[in-house]
Design a protein around this ligand. Structure first.
Ligand SMILES: Nc1ncnc2c1ncn2[C@@H]1O[C@H](COP(=O)(O)OP(=O)(O)O)[C@@H](O)[C@H]1O
Ligand SMILES: [Mg+2]
Length: 288
């Protein structure tokens, strides 16, 4: 009798992969997605983006779109180019000597690297939060008021500060100590203050590079919940090496490996039914 069984590959690609992540947590804070996201406006459209540092290639021909009011997570092992990539979205690599960016980044259909684009205005529209909370050594109030003052948005400044701190879920904790030094806050509060500082100038996008990796689990959960709240009004891109975090908060997940984008799609698909063997090996913890 000849073999009549279906090839193994057909059955293995439909069976969910085993990530060790509680399946009920995958997509817990994600938007309900249709089978795809094509109807949703693209905030960024990246085409063939490569970055090198003094000639050494760090990011190799990446193309993807970032959708409005989604949380998009970049995952992958250390050194695979996640930070390099996220810095392309607000031209932070411009500030790194030896960094060369090639390819195209459209932001709302405009070339982000066009000669008529002011990088300072770009960084107002596209805010960034870093791994280590970095409040200014100033009062809580002055941290939030800093950007608005630079931009001369000082009308009703007290209201703006309060509104911003409420938006960042920090108001109740700091309303009685606005004149105290921000460095007296806990690490988790400092990071929410940094998120608030980014929000104070009314950005469109918030980029976060491992925003919770220096925080305890409770502070981490608060940041994750905050991302979920903020995506109603903002588009959020995060880098995280914490796969539970990506699985929980991200609507879309992009997996990077050795400077290349291996796979990008709805988070539940990336974590339960990836198309690429490398993605599967990574999300199931076989390397990384
Ligand atoms: N400022 C820099 N100068 C030179 N090389 C850098 C710089 N930043 C990153 N790289 C290199 O680019 C590659 C990707 O790094 P990075 O984007 O930081 O990865 P990840 O964030 O995924 O850990 C690495 O080989 C790293 O050494
Ligand atoms: Mg990094």
């Amino acid at each position: 009798m000849g073999p009549t069984l279906a090839p193994m590959s057909q059955t293995t690609t439909v069976a969910p992969v085993s990530t060790g992540i509680d399946p009920s947590k995958i997509g817990q804070l994600a938007s309900q997605l249709d089978s795809d996201d094509r109807g949703r406006e693209a905030v960024f459209d990246v085409e063939g983006l490569s970055v090198s540092y003094s000639g050494a290639l760090a990011l190799d021909g990446v193309s993807l779109e970032i959708r409005k009011n989604f949380v998009t997570a970049f995952i992958g092992p250390s050194g695979c180019g996640k930070s390099t990539f996220i810095r392309c979205f607000n031209r932070m690599n411009d500030l790194i000597p030896g960094a060369v960016v090639e390819g195209r980044v459209l932001y709302h259909d405009r070339d982000l690297y066009g000669s008529n684009v002011d990088p300072v205005e770009v960084r107002r529209r596209i805010g960034m939060v870093f791994q280590k909370p970095n409040p200014f050594p100033k009062s809580i109030y002055d941290n939030i008021a800093f950007g608005p003052r630079v931009l001369k948005l000082t009308k009703d400044l007290d209201e703006r500060v309060e509104r911003t701190l409420r938006h960042a879920a920090l108001w109740d904790e700091v309303k009685d100590r606005l004149s105290e030094n921000a460095l007296g806050l806990s690490g988790g509060q400092q990071q929410r203050l940094c998120i608030a500082r980014a929000l104070a100038v009314e950005p469109d996008v918030i980029l976060m590079d491992e925003p919770a990796s220096a925080l305890d689990p409770i502070s981490t959960t608060r940041i994750e919940d905050l991302m979920h709240e903020l995506k109603r009004d903002y588009t959020i891109v995060i880098v995280t090496h914490n796969m539970q975090q990506a699985a929980r908060v991200a609507d879309m997940t992009a997996f990077f490996w050795l400077g290349r984008l291996i796979e990008h799609g709805p988070t539940d698909r990336i974590f339960t039914n990836p198309s690429e063997k490398l993605t599967e090996d990574y999300v199931t913890g076989r390397f990384g």
